[in-house]
Design a protein around this ligand. Structure first.
Ligand code: ASP
Length: 364
């Protein structure tokens, strides 16, 4: 028997998404229960029966050998019920994923979460803020083409995610997609159908796979020695995202900033600008900040930070809107959801929104 001490152990949570979908009677893709693990078991790249025998792995476990890892990776797949198209994911699922990782934290070297791609950037951002003192890799991935179709990007995305979860020791929530490992709270889905569907907009990738695979250790977070894994699982749902557009009216803005709202991502033009001549809009925003709503300024541009370069941006700073620097819309939203659940006063919330909590933004 081969030495089990050299095995790396990964736990995979399969929440749904295209990666394991099949077509229904209408010819459209829906999640298919209880068939995914069987399919994985039949893929030689993802499971090696001879290795399974050599290492005496248990019946529910899978095993594969990856050239860049010192030992084989053994893994289990826990399928969620019901499986979801990620457009149906809600805070309930984020809490379940975080708790499941925490419950199994000590027994595994790393974790993979298989998720639909549509809201994957929200899930990866939320999880990054929910975990405190994370010291192991949590790699989130999905696929543009189901594993039941051929060719598909599913196998490669699963295999590479297993590699990073099992062997990289990168202590953060990451996204692996289309040959890149990226920080979870820096990604956006940028293409509806291409295999290279995600980009890390304002931060370099953490690793690449392919002809010249390498981990860029200088880009990853450092291991925290500060204590046991903690999850912030009280999430605030009274958070919204408001896109500024040229014909926005006072009434529309007022109805959006309704009294129960606690946090808003204000998605502004260019380097963080809004129409500064619109005193009616500024008054409504000033009033909202005064009522304790935390408003964060994030750009509509795909890349680059917000900054106070124009009068049209300075007017926001003046009324107490917080700069989101180069944070993505998804990460700003996720940060507000976690921060507003974590602390109560608008002063505490504002303070936390200004700080870099998990490498989500760059302060210049
Ligand atoms: N609609 C699918 C989902 O997000 C898309 C995908 O997984 O790629 O679950």
């Amino acid at each position: 028997m081969s030495d089990p001490a050299e095995l790396r152990k990964v736990l995979v949570f399969y929440t749904g998404g295209t990666i394991g979908m099949k077509r229904n009677d209408h010819g459209v893709l829906v999640p298919a229960s209880d068939v995914f693990v069987k399919k994985i078991r039949s893929c030689p790249e993802l499971h090696d029966p001879e290795l399974a025998e050599a290492y005496c792995v248990r019946e529910h476990e899978l095993i594969t050998k990856i050239p860049s890892c010192p030992g084989p990776i053994t893994y289990q797949v826990r399928e969620y019920h019901p499986l979801l198209d990620s457009s149906n994911v809600s805070p309930r699922e984020w809490v379940i994923i975080a708790k499941n990782i925490q419950e199994n934290y000590n027994e595994f070297d790393g974790f993979v979460v298989l998720n639909g791609t549509d809201t994957l950037a929200y899930t990866s951002s939320i999880l990054s803020f929910m975990f405190k003192n994370l010291a192991k890799p949590v790699v989130i991935t999905g696929a543009q083409i189901s594993i039941f179709e051929d060719p598909s990007d599913a196998k490669m995305n699963i295999l590479s995610s297993l590699t990073f979860a099992g062997c990289s020791d990168i202590p953060e929530v990451c996204v692996y997609f289309g040959s890149k490992l990226m920080r979870g709270n820096r990604v956006r889905k940028v293409h509806t159908s291409q295999l290279d569907a995600f980009e890390s907009l304002n931060y370099p990738v953490l690793a690449e796979t392919g002809m010249h695979s390498r981990i860029h250790r200088g880009n990853t977070l450092q291991k925290s020695e500060r204590g046991p894994l903690i999850i912030h699982n009280k999430l605030c749902e009274a958070v919204g995202v408001l896109f500024i557009f040229p014909t926005l009216t006072r009434t529309q803005l007022l109805s959006f900033l309704e009294p129960t709202l606690e946090g808003v991502v204000l998605v502004t033009y260019g380097s963080g600008n809004i129409p500064s001549h619109r005193q009616d809009l500024l008054d409504v925003l000033r009033n909202a900040v005064g009522r304790g709503i935390v408003v964060v300024n994030v750009t509509q541009c795909a890349r680059g930070p917000v900054s106070v370069s124009y009068e049209t941006g300075r007017c926001l700073q003046e009324i107490g809107v917080v700069s989101g620097h180069d944070i993505t819309i998804e990460a700003a939203y996720a940060k507000l959801v976690v921060v507003c659940g974590m602390v109560r006063t608008s002063e505490e919330r504002t303070e936390l929104m200004k700080q870099v909590l998990r490498g989500e933004m760059t302060l210049l």
